[in-house]
Design a protein around this ligand. Structure first.
Ligand code: ZN
Length: 485
């Protein structure tokens, strides 16, 4: 199996350190807001990798962390902690914020049929491990203490290893050159240096006791500490979104090399970004759509709701290293495509075999496997499944024939790739059942409208009350009604 390694910038044969075991670490969410497309893409990409590695016979330990401390607004070393800020605004304990959004994140991932990872460690549960990691870097001479905080010494590390910037391709001499000027207020020697431990200011609510101060760990540290704890000092694959390459992953490499004296990760994999109608997604741009808004259609930019399976299918129709642009037109096309695939799959179950096959379907498994082995090329897998649907339809229409043996084989391979590997079966016939459900609610409300016109208040009230009890919000309008759940 070939995978593209961001570190070497080429496709490489996947060869785990300790087969049949494969270690996979993926940066998970910072849980201070509702899950959105930016969470869905890496979760789905690495879910497919997790599924495919397991199918390929590896015993996979998949670690996806939860960032619940240390991620500061603007990702820089200054400013407020994202979770603490939200806790202040909502007048909650920081861990209440974490719990609330974590439950919502898990719910959305379940809906998208993303399998839970093997371990989901929280940064705040691993403060001891992070303190030990900082101490190791200090002992190795690649960090310095300043006013109770500890910073990584990028220049010293780079002079010794020439390795800072190797993942992101940034020119570090230039970076060090241009970031040398700092005002006298800063605790850092150079602005390229990054925090390993920050002394907490009195108003900072999340803090722990460490040898240097009462404070909290720098954001990059948790992934180095937790990947080492659960996957060992060297492991196979580290994944995440492309936006994490710099500084997050570059800093992770520096920390691990400094503390452990060696490179931790063999393959770095990064999924590309998501845009909405051609624009970067951002709260200030008004195009920030949460997954729940996609599932319910409650957002001004959406003309309808989209089922979780439509979102999953849409993401898998692009290669993970390409950008994906969300628009209503593109999603509607995916919804139709998925319905066609599901219909073909349902039709396949009902085909009757003939004595011989006139369709060529024997190589479906090889073709799909080849595409997956070529750096998880899911759009090509999907196109092979569509080719199989064409053959199924021809047999269904009596224009071609299929033998019992071939029919069983196509059923097996279709199920394997569509359900087990692409994970597209969590919600079979999602599109049409969603439609049927909407029509059923409309039907009930039309009966109620009729009852009202007939002054049959008992029936009208009963429908309204019982739907309300089920969580439906019904609004009477001059044209009839509107509803949402
Ligand atoms: Zn990380």
């Amino acid at each position: 199996m070939l995978i593209y390694n961001t570190l070497t910038r080429r496709k490489e044969q996947f060869t785990p350190i300790n087969p049949p075991h494969a270690g996979l670490y993926v940066c998970g969410p910072t849980v201070y807001g509702d899950p959105h497309l930016g969470h869905a893409r890496p979760a789905i990409t690495f879910d497919v990798l997790f599924r495919y590695l397991k199918y390929s016979g590896y015993k996979v330990r998949y670690v996806r962390n939860i960032t619940d401390v240390g991620h500061l607004v603007n990702d820089a070393d200054e400013g407020e902690d994202k979770i603490a800020k939200k806790a202040k605004i909502e007048q909650l304990e920081p861990m209440e914020v974490v719990q609330y959004y974590l439950i919502r994140y898990h719910k959305a991932m379940d809906a998208l049929n993303v399998l839970p990872p093997s371990i989901e460690p929280h940064a705040s549960w691993h403060i001891m491990e992070q303190i030990d990691f900082v101490q190791k870097i200090l002992d190795a001479g690649f960090a310095y203490e300043s006013n109770g905080s500890v910073y990584f010494d990028v220049e010293k590390y780079n002079n010794k290893t020439r390795a800072y910037g190797k993942l992101s391709g940034r020119n570090i001499d230039e970076l060090l050159e241009t970031t040398r000027e700092l005002d006298g207020q800063s605790e850092k020697r150079r602005s390229a240096d990054f925090a390993l431990w920050k002394k907490a200011s009195p108003e900072h609510i999340m803090h722990w006791k460490a040898p240097w101060s009462v404070g909290f760990p720098g954001w990059h540290l948790e992934c180095s500490a937790m990947s080492t704890k659960y996957l060992g000092e060297q492991f196979d694959i580290h994944g995440g979104g492309m936006d994490l390459i710099f500084p997050h992953h570059e800093c992770e490499i520096a920390q691990s090399c400094a503390a452990l004296g060696k490179e931790s990760v063999t393959y770095w994999m990064h999924n590309n970004m998501i845009t909405v109608n051609g624009q970067k997604m951002g709260k200030s741009l008004g195009n920030f759509i949460t997954l729940e808004e996609f599932f319910t259609g409650n957002h001004p930019l959406l003309t309808q709701s989209y089922s979780p399976m439509t979102i999953r299918f849409f993401i898998l129709q692009a290669h993970y290293r390409s950008t994906v642009d969300f628009s209503n037109e593109a999603l509607q096309a995916s919804e139709k495509g998925l319905a066609r695939l599901m219909e073909g799959y349902a039709r396949l179950q009902k085909l009757s075999p003939s004595a011989v096959s006139s369709v060529e379907v024997k190589d479906l498994q090889d073709k799909c496997g080849e595409a997956m082995n070529d750096d998880l090329n899911t759009p090509i897998v999907i196109s092979h499944l569509f080719d199989a649907v064409k053959a199924v339809n021809l047999v269904h229409d009596g224009k071609e024939t299929i033998s019992a043996e071939d029919l069983n084989e196509v059923k097996r391979v279709f199920r394997l790739f569509m359900e087990d590997i692409l994970g597209l079966a969590g919600e079979e016939n999602a599109g049409s059942s969603n439609e049927a459900y909407k029509q059923a609610v409309d039907l009930l409300l039309n009966i109620r409208l009729q009852a009202k016109q007939n002054k049959d208040w008992a029936t009208s009230d009963r429908i309204r009350n019982e739907l309300s009890a089920l969580g439906f919000e019904i609004k009477d309008t001059k044209d009839g009604f509107e509803w949402k759940i």
